[in-house]
Design a binder for this molecule. Structure first.
Ligand code: SF4
Length: 318
């Protein structure tokens, strides 16, 4: 009988679900319990197919726009947040809208409001097309918020009055890349106002720190997460920057390219903020089928953040 080759798995911690994702999923489940199916959700509640399919199985219907929502049923806005035009449209149509926007995204929306009220133009650092970026840009009139994605964008950025300028960021960016873009902004626009508290969220920051911490202890890293999950994609980039030879983003164990892992004896594993732990367990089991696995966990910090549910769903807690 041939022996399985050894594989040391180094689990990054924290990993997986953050408080905003946990809250958003609870909002869908409690809305289903309160109103019964179907419950409509505008956009994937969080960027994870496994989560979305599980909620579909319970009666959630995912749509991209409000005109797909029939009257008389609740509609939930995803954790990424929505533009004011969307909340306005829901009001006009008399829809029962329930907001699952992560409170840390809402914080950025409030900053945009504050700067707008102060007559400042706002630079948003983020990725074009991501729903959070669309929602944040949509907190102010068109043209008030301009998007920069890179240092090169800063060099060509045209602003109205450099003395009345502020920046905010997407919550799920690379901490290091963003610091470089912020430095470039400050160099070009020394008076630019910055967020009172960091916009990149605690969960994004901690998951990137955890990947950096295990970097010296693994030959390859697998990130469990969706291809449209910003924070998961950043973890792959952070791994490459930190010197991990190979880093892969997979949604589930079934997607793993095992031949690509030939020769790897120390495998790092982490998961994006929208990926449930059950998918990490599934991956470890898939490794056990091929290797003699040992698992160590490297914890950089312990998270205890919990966000309250919206008031209308809190009474359901019992
Ligand atoms: S990744 Fe951060 S901003 Fe996004 S839902 Fe989680 S805590 Fe909120």
């Amino acid at each position: 009988m041939s022996e399985k080759p050894p594989l040391e798995i180094v689990l990054a911690s924290p990993r997986g679900f953050c408080a905003g994702v946990d809250r958003a999923i609870q909002i869908v489940e409690r809305t289903l319990a309160r109103f019964g199916p179907p419950v409509y959700v505008r956009h994937e509640i969080v960027h994870n197919r496994f989560v979305v399919e599980a909620l579909q199985g319970k009666g959630a219907v995912f749509v991209e726009e409000l005109d797909e929502v029939p009257p008389g049923v609740p509609v939930i806005f995803s954790a990424h947040g929505v533009a004011r035009s969307v909340t306005g449209e829901a009001r006009r149509r008399g829809l029962l809208a329930i907001d699952a926007t992560c409170p840390l995204v809402t914080k950025v929306h409030r900053e945009v409001e504050r700067h707008r009220a102060a007559g400042r133009q706002i630079v948003l650092i983020g990725h074009a097309g991501h729903p959070e970026v669309v929602g944040t840009m949509g907190q102010a009139e068109p043209g008030t918020v301009v998007l920069v994605e890179s240092r090169a964008d800063v060099a060509t950025l045209a602003v109205g009055d450099p003395g009345r300028l502020a920046f905010v960021t997407q919550t799920t960016l690379s901490v290091d890349d963003t610091a470089e873009i912020v430095a470039a902004l400050k160099e070009r626009f020394p008076a630019i106002a910055r967020p009172r508290r960091e916009d990149i969220c605690y969960a994004t920051t901690n998951r990137q720190e955890a990947v950096k911490a295990i970097a010296g202890r693994c030959d390859a890293l697998i990130v469990i997460g969706a291809p449209n999950s910003s924070n998961s994609r950043r973890l792959v980039e952070v791994a490459s920057r930190a010197g991990i030879g190979q880093a892969f983003l997979v949604q589930r164990a079934a997607e793993i390219d095992w031949p690509a892992l030939a020769g790897v004896t120390r495998l790092g594993i982490t998961a994006g903020a929208s990926a449930p732990e059950i998918l990490v367990d599934e991956l470890i089991e898939a490794c056990r089928a091929r290797y003699a696995v040992s698992v160590t966990v490297l914890t950089v910090t312990v998270e205890d953040t919990v966000f309250q549910l919206p008031a209308e769903l809190r009474a359901e807690t019992a």
